[in-house]
Design a protein around this ligand. Structure first.
Ligand code: SF4
Length: 324
């Protein structure tokens, strides 16, 4: 029987602020899972700490609400223990790029086949609006006593240089487009990174829904607002690596990096880069370490005998470390 969107929802009370962009991201993840008809019992949604970290409570799937900055670390563990599970990690911009920055960086170069969604609102919403790592130098939101004294991290650029093989940016209030980006990220065989512009109406009075919609400026011809957010797929931009040749990869990464610098009057969303030619970490393990890894991953191994003693054959393992 086909799964319905309602099958991915829970009845847990949602306490995000009214108007928060988190609602759009939550719906997009649920819609993507529904569209792919992934059984909830085959999905794990993992979060760290922050407003975004409540997401697993609202999705009918396995959910793990972990420690600050550790969503990726737990998600990697789940995926490596059982590669058959569809793993979606969710993190705020502070959680992903501040506290958990190192995990975010190294997940890229491993190219583990999972999807990482970053709720990017430029502030630490849960703790009353301090500057997050994505807030620009000299910018002052209403939660700050003085303008930000630190330079910002560009999440798309960071994901590109870290080695993620699917790098995209969505907008929380364009749910259909974001759903498509998340669905493609889940389908991609490798590490997918999706930066999501997410208005926080409670603590970020600059990057609001109205600002993204360009309501503060008027098109001189139509006299309508001039939206800042636009879609890359509506331009001639092509993110896909088609041959995997080094020159092509270099050109596509360079193109995506240049595009990631666009901000202000025009803000690109969509897929910046996709390279299907890089082997996933799971494939590397299978090819170079454990040939039966996918049939017998750690989660399916018997860990103890009936009498409680370890079922792991230690002798062959210890033999590998013997000095000859
Ligand atoms: Fe959303 Fe901001 Fe409220 Fe957190 S503080 S729930 S990010 S509006």
């Amino acid at each position: 029987m086909a799964l319905k969107l309602a099958d991915y929802r829970t009845d847990v009370h949602n306490n995000w602020c009214p108007g928060c962009g988190d609602f759009g991201i939550l719906s997009s993840i649920q819609m993507a899972l529904s569209e792919l008809q992934v059984n909830p019992s085959n999905v794990a949604v993992v979060s760290g700490i922050g407003c975004s970290a409540k997401t697993p409570h609202y999705i009918n799937a396995y959910g793990v609400h972990t420690l600050h900055g550790r969503a990726i670390a737990f998600a990697e563990g789940i995926k490596l223990a059982n590669p058959a599970i569809e793993v979606v990690a969710v993190s705020g911009d502070g959680d992903a790029l501040g506290i958990g920055g190192n995990h975010t960086l190294h997940a890229g170069r491993r190219n583990i086949d999972m999807t990482f969604v970053v709720f990017d609102n430029f502030v630490y919403g849960l703790t009353k609006g301090q500057a997050s790592p994505t807030l620009g130098l000299g910018v002052k939101t209403k939660g700050l006593a003085k303008p930000n004294i630190q330079q910002d991290i560009n999440p798309v650029m960071l994901a590109l240089t870290a080695g993620y093989t699917y790098v995209a940016r969505g907008y929380a209030f364009d749910v259909k487009h974001l759903k498509d980006l998340i669905r493609k990220g889940i389908q991609h065989k490798g590490a997918a990174f999706i930066d999501v512009l997410q208005p926080c109406p409670t603590y970020n009075d600059l990057y609001t829904k109205e600002w993204y919609a360009g309501e503060d400026r008027e098109d001189p011809d139509t006299h309508k607002p001039m939206p800042r957010v636009y879609k890359l797929e509506e331009t001639a931009y092509d993110p896909l690596v088609k041959t995997g040749e080094p020159d092509e990869v270099t050109a596509k990464v360079g193109q995506a990096a240049a595009k990631s610098m666009e901000w202000g009057d025009r803000i690109p969303t969509g897929v910046f880069y996709q390279n299907p030619f890089v082997p996933s970490f799971e494939e590397r393990v299978e090819k170079t370490r454990v040939s039966v890894y996918r049939e017998l991953p750690p989660a399916k191994l018997r860990i103890s005998e009936d009498d409680g003693t370890s079922a792991a054959p230690m002798e062959p393992l210890l033999d590998q470390f013997k000095a000859v």
